[in-house]
Structures are given as structure tokens and as C-alpha cells.
Design a protein around this ligand. Sequence first.
Ligand code: UT7
Length: 319
Amino acid sequence: MVGKICGTGSYVPPHVMDNDDLAKIVDTNDEWIRERTGIGKRHIIEEETTSYMAGQAALRAVEQSGIDPEEIDMILVATSSSETIFPCAACEVQRTIGATHAVGYDLNAACTGFVLAFNTAQAYISAGFCRTVMVIGADSMSTLIDWTDRGTCILFGDGAGAVILRAQDGNPVCMAAHSDGKKGPALTQLSRHRKGWENEQNKESYIHMDGQGVFKFAVRKVPEIIEEVLEKAELKLDDIDYFVLHQANRRIIEAAAKRLKVSMDRFPVNLEEYANTSAATVPILLDELNRDGRFREGQKIMLAGFGAGLTWAACLFEW
Ligand code: UT7
């Protein structure tokens, strides 16, 4: 059995901050941000929350798929910024969409979270445990960043994306996933719920990142894992219609495409509009491409994510 996408949805908050707005807060400018990252603006929550955005994306996916929410067996939400530790965001989504027969849980692997949740859902479907799974990536990165640190605050935005997978006869998808815990310090966000946090410097409670270290890791590991999945699938780069990568920095995507010697035409990018929404980048982009009518039945799509942990993962599936 294999999980086929039967509906997608996404939600971003209406409040927009462009690069000029950021230049009023930190020492930066539109030209630097565009040139170094490809980012033009980001959507930022006001009253909304991570699970609210996840629920809205899920409702849109349900509407597009035409399925009855009671058919959903499982809801997985990839997030590292839910407004509650518990109940998990997935149970909030269950309530929002009325998926009364589903089990829901969250999965945290930062920016790699959605691809890992997608792989997890595919594994449940292939094993015959589930028939219909909602997979969501949702993050409110604006609640985690230090708005006085120009090295990180320019990169991130808020949003959520969702896909619904339905079991169909067919071979399981090809996937791969890795972690390197030794490189964990390259990208950290300490929990505000740890003992003694209130006595520490407030700055400790925000994202810390070795930008160049993460950049180099991504440029090396993304092409590697794509090749790994292709080898398992006994396919070639030319067989892939779209490479849907985690949207962290346009230059990372360009460098990965160059290493693989694949034209950027097959690497869609939407950083200009949304910036890096962490676990939400891949499903938001999938929803955009789907609603633009870019996908055709039988096309081969490679997902690849990378991020804190450090973690990286990929999945090859047919539309
Ligand atoms: O989801 C995964 C999350 N993380 C990532 O994907 C991050 C990956 N890394 C990156 O995207 C890039 O490393 C950054 C965009 C974070 C930084 O770009 P960079 O080309 O690596 O810049 P840099 O850190 O080497 O800084 C170059 C210069 C420095 O000035 P000097 O020392 O050359 O005078 C920085 O101080 O740019 C300066 N700079 C800025 N200038 C204007 C750093 N941040 C900014 C800024 N505005 N926001």
C-alpha cells in the first residue's frame, strides 16, 4: 500500500512584515536580505496560534479532498512552536475539523519535521495500520526569535500547511532520514519550561544559530540524501519532475540544484512571500503548486527537509 495525496491546504496569517519593516527594528536592509536569502516578506501571527493555523490549513485540505473528516485515522502535526505543551496541536486540529475517529500526536524535528511526519504517515499506511492520514507542518517562528538579532530574525515567518494521504494499492514510497546529534549546538532553541529558566538571561530563550554552519550542512546533505533515495528507487535525477525542498534560503536551494546539475526550473521556491516557516515550508509549497495546477497524475516528486538536530530527510512519491 502507498499513501496518495488527495487534498492539500495552507494558512498564513494576514499580517505581513516586509524587509523594510524589519529595517526599522534591526540594522539591515531589503537589498541584503533579498540577495543573501531570497526573502521579501513574512507573515506574522497577531492573535493566531500554531494550532489555529494548523486547523485552518487542515480545514482547507479537507474541503479540497472532499473526504468526510470522520474517515481520518490519524493526524500528525510537525511543530516546534505549539502554544501548548499539551494537549498537542494534533488533538486541537482533531477538534477543529471534527475528525472524531482519528488519533493525533505531534512530532518535533524542527524544519525537517514535515518530511519526517510524511514518512511516518507513509510507514503507517504501508503497514496497513491507517488508511487516511492528515499530515501537517505548522510553526510560529515569530514567537521563538530574538527580534533584536539580525542574524536570525530576518529569516523566519509563520504559517501552516497540510496534506491528506489515502491508502491505495501500490509500492510503498522511497524514503531516507538521518540525524547528527553531535552537531546539535549549530541550531538551538531552549525550552522556556526548563527548571530555573526564569533566572537566566532572557536572550537564552531564543533561537541561536551558526548560520554558515547550517548553510554548509544543508548544501552537502540535501544532494546526498536525494541521491540516496534515488538509488533505493532505482531512478535517476531526470526522472524527477519537482524537487520540493525546505525553504530556508534561496542560495541553499540553488547550491543544491547546482551540485545535482539540475535546472532550477524543477526546484520551486516561494521564499519571497513567506520566508522560512520551519516545518510549514514544504506543505505550504505543495499546496501552492497543487492549487496552481502544476502537478499531473504520475509525476514524481522529491521532498527534502533539513534543520535543527541536526536532522535531514527525504521522500520520493508519485502524484
Ligand atoms: O531551517 C534551517 C534554518 N537555518 C538556515 O537555513 C540558516 C542557513 N544560513 C543562512 O541562511 C545564512 O548563513 C544567513 C542568511 C543566516 C547569513 O548569510 P551569510 O551569507 O552566511 O552572511 P554572514 O553571516 O557571513 O554575514 C555576512 C555579513 C557580515 O558582515 P561583515 O562581517 O562581512 O562585515 C554580517 O555581519 O553580513 C552581515 N549581516 C547582515 N547585514 C545586514 C548579517 N546579517 C545581516 C543582516 N543585514 N540581517
